[in-house]
Design a protein around this ligand. Structure first.
Ligand code: HEC
Length: 174
């Protein structure tokens, strides 16, 4: 043997075909990786499968698919209660809706939606229905005999949807 092992690395007793092995201690990075992955697997099993505290992998995907479907529906001009609720959480839509509201609606409904000539739009009381599509309808067609103008021809669909989303953002999410 040309290179006798250093004293702190003993030779293992066995010999195979005249070959002997040092009894190396495994490097720390290797041990940390090994024990770390064992601990991770145990914790993942415990939290993910026994306590079911981790989100299911499919749930995030489903959420994303739903959001994509809503976004697609929105950009196609389709509108529904669900789409309007989703718009009411989109800060870009809300910025646009706020601008329309403050310039067009605030004179009668007040800048903070508390109501004056027109009724309060941030409480739970609705004359014409509480569903998002009810709001779209009343904003589009107005209630001329009560003093709510017809906004459909003035604002167009996009702005009406945006201002409706802005009003909805003051309502508790269903
Ligand atoms: C000239 C005053 C005036 C302006 C401007 C006005 N509204 Fe109104 N609005 C009213 C009145 C009055 C009513 C109540 C109608 C009724 O009693 O049936 C009303 C009702 C509503 C309702 C229904 C409330 C309910 O309880 O069902 C909504 C929603 C609404 N307005 C939204 C808007 C939006 C959005 C704008 C701006 C684009 C706007 N309004 C601008 C006067 C106004």
């Amino acid at each position: 043997m040309n290179n006798p092992p250093p004293a702190e690395e003993p030779l293992r007793p066995h010999t195979y075909d005249g070959i002997q092995e040092y009894d190396h201690r495994l490097p720390n990075w290797w041990l940390v990786t090994l024990y770390g992955s064992i601990a991770f697997a145990a914790l993942y099993w415990l939290f993910g499968f026994q306590l079911e505290l981790l989100p299911e992998p499919g749930a995030a995907l489903e959420e994303k698919m739903k959001a994509n479907a809503l976004a697609a529906a929105r950009s196609s001009g389709e509108i529904s209660n669900e789409i309007l609720w989703s718009m009411s959480k989109d800060s870009k839509v809300l910025d646009a809706g706020r601008a329309v509201y403050q310039s067009t609606c605030a004179s009668c409904h007040l800048p903070d939606l508390a109501g004056a000539i027109g009724p309060n739009l941030k409480d739970a009381t609705w004359i014409h229905g509480a569903q998002p599509m009810d709001l779209v309808k009343v904003v589009t067609s107005g209630v001329l005999e009560k003093g709510m103008p017809t906004w459909g021809p003035v604002l167009g669909k996009t702005k009406i949807n945006e201002v409706t989303a802005f009003i909805l953002s003051h309502q508790p999410n269903p």
